[in-house]
Design a protein around this ligand. Structure first.
Ligand code: NDP
Ligand code: GDR
Length: 372
């Protein structure tokens, strides 16, 4: 069988890294679009890097940006991909309130640029395209659990931009017969999740607190409820969506929802610590109630969680819970991780990472300051 070629935008991100690894294992030739930055930004894919001077290379990186259509058109022309996975985005909901215009440009119009490039290059019948749509489209609760037919009510500049991307994908499918699909993915996390998303912020900080490297965690809305899955399960579904017989839109979720507060409790439970929460809203705090792990000596009554309203969003998405029945029944998707498995995976990884920091600190290592 002829080797398939995939182009991944957002290859340096959480999903881009897992998807690259997955497709390479399937025998694909994988091309990724990465942004130029003043420091290396390829940590998550460095293990996949191949020396361009050796034979049989099957992983390539191209400089590019979703805000530059000439560059995207040239890359697509060079690569002639069978499949495009559009994962690139300014993906932080809170930051989108600070950068609404850029978010609209990259996350909304960026998708149009890719679709239009395929049409201009005459690839609309050859190349299948996956659009990274999101449960943030549901926003203000209309119905639960959310399915492919639940109405959208976006609550952030990020979600509004993604709503444009969703519909332009549907429109190009209907107008030009393109194999263009939306995966409406609910939150998915992993040990390589960006450090400012709430789950990773919590697993990193819990690990640091366990090792005496940090005192407490400041969080925003502890009542927000999310349907959290593991990124490894979700990227598999991205590929399945493009192998389907017909181009369609799909919800990917676990059908379970958990508050941020309960996620924190699960992370502390992983290190043998039980927490109790007291107080309301901005005054709420989390304290150590018991500590059953001799390795991590946390004082009973120690305050480890506090609320800082600066993490509140101008408009919040309070409750997400998705129903992935269609994906399960029609494509046979079954997730391998549940929430406990996800917490264990993230905590194990972050504890290891922070133990390295602790080792360096104990050894008297100080971070180099170039300006001293
Ligand atoms: P990340 O934030 O980890 O990765 C985003 C990627 O997009 C990075 O590679 C980033 O590059 C790149 N990027 C950002 N802006 C641009 C731009 N203007 N041009 C080119 N590349 C750009 O996100 P995830 O991997 O978590 O998510 C992947 C996609 O799925 C995103 O579109 C996100 O919105 C969407 N999504 C994610 C969900 C989740 O829970 N993870 C759920 C639903 C949808 P750099 O590394 O240089 O910053
Ligand atoms: P989300 O993820 O906005 O759902 O978007 P995030 O982890 O940022 O927030 C989840 C919920 O936790 C609450 N929260 C906090 N969030 C952050 N980041 N930091 C905090 O300190 C904090 N405290 C409480 C938030 O208010 C929110 O309710 C993610 C991204 O990956 C999007 O790109 C993707 O589309 C959606 O998931 C599905």
């Amino acid at each position: 069988m002829q080797k398939k070629t995939a182009l991944i935008t957002g290859v340096t991100g959480q999903d881009g890294a897992y998807l690259s690894e997955f497709l390479l294992k399937k025998g694909y030739e994988v091309h990724g679009v990465k942004r130029r930055s003043s420091l290396f930004n390829t940590d998550r894919i460095d293990h996949l890097y191949q020396d361009p001077h050796v034979d049989n290379q099957n992983f390539y990186l191209h400089y590019g940006d979703l805000t530059d259509s000439t560059n995207l058109t040239r890359i697509i022309q060079e690569v002639q991909p069978d499949e495009i996975y559009n994962l690139a985005a300014m993906s932080h909901v809170h930051v989108s309130f600070e950068m609404p215009e850029y978010t609209a440009n990259a996350d909304g119009i960026g998708t149009l640029r890719l679709l239009e490039a395929l049409r201009l290059l005459g690839l609309e019948k050859k190349t299948r395209i996956y659009q990274a749509s999101t449960s943030e489209l549901y926003g203000k609760v209309q119905e639960v659990p959310q399915t492919e037919t639940t109405p959208f009510y976006p609550r952030s500049p990020y979600a509004v931009a993604k709503m444009y991307a969703y519909w332009i994908t549907v429109n190009y499918r209907e107008a030009y017969g393109m194999f263009a699909c939306n995966g409406i993915l609910f939150n998915h996390e992993s040990p390589i999740r960006g450090e400012t998303f709430v789950t990773r912020k919590i697993t990193r900080a819990t690990s640091k607190i366990a090792l005496g490297l940090q005192e407490k965690i400041y969080l925003g809305n502890l009542d927000a409820q999310r349907d959290w899955g593991h990124a490894k399960d979700y990227i598999r579904m991205m590929w399945m969506i493009l192998q389907a017989d017909e181009p369609e839109d799909w919800v990917i979720a676990t059908n379970k929802t958990t508050t941020v507060r309960d996620f924190v409790k699960m992370c502390f439970a992983h290190i043998g610590v039980e927490l109790e929460f007291k107080g309301e809203e901005e005054e709420e705090k989390g304290y150590v109630k018991s500590c059953n792990n001799p390795k991590y000596q946390l004082e009973i009554g120690k305050e480890v969680i506090a609320v800082d309203p600066k993490y509140y969003r101008p408009t919040e998405v309070e409750l997400l819970i998705g129903d992935a029945t269609k994906a399960k029944e029609k494509l046979g998707w079954t997730p391998k991780y549940d929430l406990q498995g996800l917490v264990d995976d993230m905590m194990t990884s972050d504890l290891k990472l922070m133990e390295k920091d602790q080792f360096l600190k104990d050894g008297g290592y100080k971070i180099m300051n170039y300006f001293e």
